[in-house]
Design a protein. Structure first.
Length: 646
C-alpha cells in the first residue's frame, strides 16, 4: 500500500467508525479532507480518459462513494439537495474517467458547498504572519521536510511514508491555505506528520502561509504585485476569503495563465495582509457573511458553531467599524449593536430558526443603512470636531474624577509625598496610550475581542477597587477624633507598597479610558480632516482641565468630613458605572451570557445597558456599597462612643 493509499484508507476508517449520532457534524472536516484528497490525487489514477493506476482508480471510486454517503447522513439544510447532487455527479464523473481537471473542479465545488452548509469556523481573524511562519517552520518542520521544503531533512531518512515535498509545484497548485491549515491542525494518522493543534491558531495559520509559498519562488513575487496593482478588479477578486480557500490551480483557470497565477500566489502568500479587507463596507460584508454562516449552522443544529460565528460577526466584522459609525450616526450604531446582541441571545436561548432568521434579516436592513452612512467619502469638519470633543470629554471624565479625588485625599491627609506615585500612574498610562496609538495606526490591527477584553477587565478591576475605596472613605467622614486617628496612623499605612498600589490603580483607570479614546480617534482621524480632530481633542482637553481645576479648588474648601462623604459617594457611583460597562464589554466579547430586557433602559454615561446581567451586577454592587456604608457608620459610631467614655 502506497503512502497515499494509507492516508486515504485512514480517512475512510475515520468516517466509517465515527459514532453514528455525531457522524453527521463531526465528520464534516474529514469528509472535506477526503474530497480534497480526490481533487489532488485523481490525476495519479486517470490520464487522457484511461486508467493508468487501477488500484488508485478503485480507491477514487470508493472514496467518492464514501464521501457521498457521509454527506447524505448529515442533518438537512437548504443546501442538502445541491450537496447530494454534487456528490453524485462527482461519482459519475469518476466512473466515466473524466479528465483530472474536471474531477478537481467538481470535488472542490462539493467541498466548498459542504463548508458553506456546515460551517467550520476556520478563518484567521487577522492576516497570517509570513515571517512568524518561517521561524516556526525552522523550529518544527525543517528537520523532516528540509530547510527549503524539498522533503529532504536530516530526520527524513527511514520515514515511511517520506515527508511531503512542499516544493512540488503540481501538488502545491491543488493546495489552498485552508487545506494546509487542516493538515497542520489535525496531522496525518499513519504517517510521521503529527497534529500541531497545541500551537495557537495564529501560529498554525502562519505555518500554512509559509509552507504554501515554498513552491512559488520569491523572485516571482514582484511580478505578482505588479499584476495586482494594475488590475483593480483582480485585486477586488482576491479578497481575504479567497486568499484562504482558493487553490493556485483555480486561480490559474480563472486567469487563463498558470504563470500569472504563480506570480500572484508568490506575492500574496508572502504578503497576505494585502488581501485583508480594511474598509468599513468590506467589514460589514464580512459581518453579513458570518451571520449567514451562523444561521446555516443554527439550522443544522450546530449551536456552538452558530454562537461562535455570530460572535465573530460582531467582533471581527462590525466592531472594528463601530467607532466610525458612532461618530457619524450614533443611534444607528446602537441599533446594530443591540440587534447583534439579540441574535446572540436568541442562539443561546435556542429560539426557533424562523424567529432567529427574522432577527438576522432585520440586521441586514440595518447594515444597508450603515453602508449608506459609511459610503460618505469623509465626515464633515463639524462632525469630526464634535466627535473628537465628545469622545474625549466622555471617556476622560471618569478617569479625571478618580484621579482628582485621590490627589485631593492625599493633600488633605498631609501625604503629599505620595503624589508622585499618582502622577506616575496617569503619565505612564498616557505614554502607553501613545504607544497603542502608534501600534493601532501603523503596525497592527487591534481585534474586537482584544478591545472588549481590555475594556471589560479594566473596568471590572477598577470597579472592585473603587468599592473598597468608597467604603473606606465613607468611614473617614465621621468624628474629628477619628480623623485625627487616621492622620496619625496614615504614615504607617502608606508606604512603598501603597505607592505601587496607587500607581497601578491610576494606570488601570486612566489607560482604560485612553485605550477607548484612541480606538475612536483612529477611526475618525482620516475621515474629516486631521485639523478638526485635533481641534476637538484640544477643546475637550481644555474643558477637562477646567473641571479638574474646579474640583481641586472646591475640595480644598470642604471640611475633611464633608470631603470624605462626598468623595465616597462619587467613588460609589463610579464603581456602579464601571461595573455596568465591564459586564457589557465582557458580554460583547462572548465571556458572559446575554439576557435581553425588551424596552430596558440604555444610558451609556451611567453604564446602564438593557441586559439582565448588567442591571443585576449594578444592583449587586449598589447593595454591597450600602451594606459597606452602614457597616462603616456603625464602626465609626462605636469608636466615637469608646473614645467619649475614656
Amino acid at each position: 500500500m502506497t503512502p497515499r493509499h494509507l492516508f486515504a484508507a485512514l480517512l475512510l476508517a475515520t468516517l466509517l467508525f465515527c459514532p453514528r449520532l455525531h457522524a453527521a457534524v463531526d465528520s464534516v472536516p474529514t469528509t472535506w479532507r477526503l474530497l480534497d484528497y480526490i481533487a489532488v490525487d485523481y490525476r495519479e489514477a486517470v490520464r487522457d480518459g484511461a486508467v493508468v493506476n487501477p488500484v488508485e482508480y478503485e480507491e477514487m471510486r470508493e472514496f467518492s462513494a464514501t464521501a457521498a454517503a457521509a454527506i447524505r447522513a448529515l442533518p438537512p439544510t437548504p443546501d442538502s439537495d445541491a450537496l447530494n447532487q454534487g456528490a453524485a455527479a462527482l461519482q459519475q464523473a469518476i466512473q466515466a474517467k473524466s479528465a483530472p481537471e474536471q474531477i478537481a473542479t467538481r470535488a472542490r465545488a462539493v467541498a466548498a458547498l459542504l463548508i458553506k452548509a456546515y460551517p467550520i469556523p476556520l478563518m484567521p481573524t487577522s492576516a497570517p504572519q509570513y515571517a512568524r511562519g518561517q521561524v516556526l517552520y525552522a523550529q518544527q518542520c525543517a528537520s523532516c521536510h528540509g530547510a527549503t521544503g524539498a522533503g529532504d531533512g536530516p530526520a527524513a531518512a527511514g520515514l515511511d511514508p517520506p515527508p511531503i515535498a512542499f516544493t512540488d509545484r503540481a501538488r502545491a497548485d491543488e493546495r489552498s491555505i485552508f487545506a494546509l491549515y487542516q493538515v497542520i491542525d489535525q496531522g496525518l494518522q499513519g504517517t510521521s506528520m503529527p497534529s500541531f493543534a497545541s500551537l495557537p491558531a495564529e501560529d498554525r495559520w502562519a505555518l500554512a502561509t509559509y509552507v504554501g509559498a515554498m513552491a512559488y519562488p520569491e523572485s516571482e513575487a514582484p511580478a505578482g504585485r505588479e499584476l495586482l496593482e494594475k488590475n483593480d478588479a483582480l485585486r477586488a477578486r482576491l479578497d481575504f476569503k479567497s486568499y484562504v480557500d482558493t487553490t493556485p490551480a483555480t486561480l490559474a483557470t480563472e486567469l487563463q495563465s498558470a504563470q500569472k497565477a504563480a506570480a500572484i500566489v508568490a506575492y500574496v502568500r508572502r504578503h497576505p495582509d494585502t488581501t485583508q479587507a480594511k474598509d468599513a463596507e468590506s467589514a460589514l460584508a464580512v459581518s453579513h457573511e458570518l451571520l449567514g454562516q451562523a444561521m446555516a449552522a443554527y439550522r443544522g443544529g450546530q449551536l456552538k458553531q452558530a454562537k461562535d460565528l455570530a460572535l465573530s460577526a460582531y467582533l471581527d466584522g462590525f466592531e472594528p467599524v463601530e467607532p466610525l459609525l458612532a461618530a457619524r450616526d450614533k443611534p444607528l450604531m446602537v441599533k446594530i449593536e443591540e440587534a447583534m446582541a439579540r441574535v446572540r441571545a436568541g442562539i443561546a436561548a435556542n429560539v426557533d430558526a424562523e424567529t432567529l432568521q427574522t432577527q438576522v434579516d432585520n440586521l441586514d436592513n440595518l447594515y444597508a443603512e450603515a453602508g449608506q452612512v459609511l459610503a460618505q467619502s469623509e465626515t464633515s469638519a463639524v462632525a469630526s470636531f464634535a466627535a473628537a470633543f465628545t469622545i474625549l470629554l466622555r471617556e476622560g471624565l471618569e478617569a479625571l474624577l478618580i484621579v482628582v479625588a485621590i490627589i485631593a485625599l492625599l493633600r488633605k491627609s498631609g501625604r503629599k509625598e505620595m503624589l508622585p506615585w499618582v502622577h506616575g500612574g496617569w503619565l505612564s498610562a498616557l505614554v502607553a496610550g501613545a504607544v497603542t496609538w502608534g501600534l493601532a495606526t501603523w503596525v497592527i490591527s487591534i481585534s474586537g475581542a482584544s478591545r472588549e477584553l481590555t475594556e471589560g477587565f479594566g473596568s471590572l478591576l477598577a470597579a472592585i477597587v473603587l468599592i473598597w475605596v468608597g467604603i473606606w472613605m465613607h468611614g473617614k467622614s465621621h468624628a474629628a477624633n477619628w480623623q485625627r486617628y487616621v492622620r496619625d496612623k496614615l504614615s504607617h499605612a502608606l508606604g512603598k507598597t501603597s505607592g505601587v498600589f496607587l500607581l497601578g490603580l491610576i494606570f488601570v483607570v486612566v489607560y482604560r479610558e485612553v485605550f477607548e479614546t484612541i480606538l475612536f480617534y483612529v477611526a475618525i482621524w482620516n475621515q474629516g480632516g486631521k485639523g478638526s480632530v485635533i481641534a476637538g481633542g484640544v477643546a475637550g482637553s481644555l474643558v477637562l482641565l477646567v473641571i479638574g481645576w474646579l474640583m481641586m479648588r472646591y475640595s480644598r474648601r470642604l471640611p475633611i468630613s464633608q470631603f470624605f462623604r462626598y468623595s465616597s459617594l462619587l467613588m460609589a457611583v463610579l464603581a456602579i458605572v464601571l461595573m455596568g460597562k465591564a459586564v457589557s464589554a465582557l458580554q460583547e466579547a462572548g465571556y458572559l451570557p446575554i439576557t435581553w430586557i425588551n424596552g430596558g433602559p440604555r444610558v451609556e454615561l451611567l453604564g446602564i445597558y438593557p441586559t439582565m446581567e448588567g442591571i443585576a451586577a449594578q444592583v449587586g454592587i449598589a447593595l454591597i456599597l450600602v451594606i459597606g456604608f452602614v457597616w462603616s457608620n456603625r464602626s465609626a459610631d462605636a469608636l466615637e462612643a469608646s473614645d467619649g467614655a475614656r
